[in-house]
Design a protein around this ligand. Structure first.
Ligand SMILES: [Zn+2]
Length: 247
């Protein structure tokens, strides 16, 4: 069986595709009968990122069986367009919420990254820079500076009330309803890079003696190469996450 379909991915779903397949229709060979969920994931886009699939003009769910010559459009979670009559793939939208934080919120930045939220923070961002990043990159600006939020161009911001970092984290989770969007330990707390599992062998020479002796599972930041393992620091963080989620 050798059949072909036509497929196109929209908006941020293109992030998962090689350059030549982005923002364009492309043909894909159908080697076997499969569900649309399988097909999309085989192309490289995780189903959790998808909210709407249109095949030949009609919305379908993940179980739809793909046919020869199907014309498929795949969309992420919509922000404002009302698509409620259509067949949503996600019961709860998973649109990624991302942040930029002012210079006083370093600890909160680390905690948000710990929960997997895309969080920009540097201790030398000045106010115009923070405002520019928030607007240009559609990031929610978190700040303890009320004046900064009064800048005209800021459309998405939040004034952090508490001075206590764990309390601040809880505030942000509540304010933006993020409890179901957490992906703990998928982002580097130092640099905001993504973390992936690595073979012990490939990083063995970089490990402190105890980590080398007692642990076999390791993760590494794709950006700064920092290595993580499930030691005492991890256990402490895990307890903190549990506490925050109990509130
Ligand atoms: Zn890093």
């Amino acid at each position: 069986m050798s059949e072909q379909i036509n497929i196109r991915f929209y908006e941020e779903l293109n992030d998962f595709l090689p350059q030549e397949q982005r923002k364009t229709d492309f043909r894909h060979e159908l080697k076997q009968s499969r569900s649309i969920k399988d097909l999309i994931e085989s192309i490289g886009v995780p189903h959790t990122e998808i909210d709407l699939i249109i095949v030949n003009g009609e919305s379908v769910d993940f179980n739809y069986l793909v046919h020869d010559s199907d014309h498929i459009s795949v969309y992420p979670v919509f922000e404002s367009l009302d698509i409620s009559p259509l067949n949503h793939c996600q019961s709860k939208p998973l649109r990624n919420t991302c942040f930029v934080l002012d210079t006083h919120l370093g600890r909160l930045a680390a905690y948000l990254r710990m929960l997997g939220f895309d969080t920009l923070y540097r201790n030398d961002y000045d106010d115009p820079e923070l405002a520019r990043i928030s607007v240009d990159e559609h990031r929610i600006l978190l700040t303890c500076d009320r004046q900064l939020l009064m800048r005209k161009q800021i459309t998405h911001g939040y004034f952090v009330r508490s001075r206590q970092p764990q309390q601040q984290l809880l505030e942000v989770l509540l304010r933006f309803d993020l409890f179901n969007n957490q992906r703990p330990f998928t982002r580097c707390m130092d640099c905001n890079g993504k973390i992936r599992a690595v073979d012990k062998q490939s990083i063995e020479n970089l490990l402190p003696p105890d980590a080398k002796k007692y642990y076999n599972e390791f993760f590494q930041c794709e950006m700064c190469n920092k290595i993580y393992w499930k030691g005492s620091h991890y256990q402490k963080m895990k307890k903190m996450i549990e506490r925050v989620n109990e509130c």
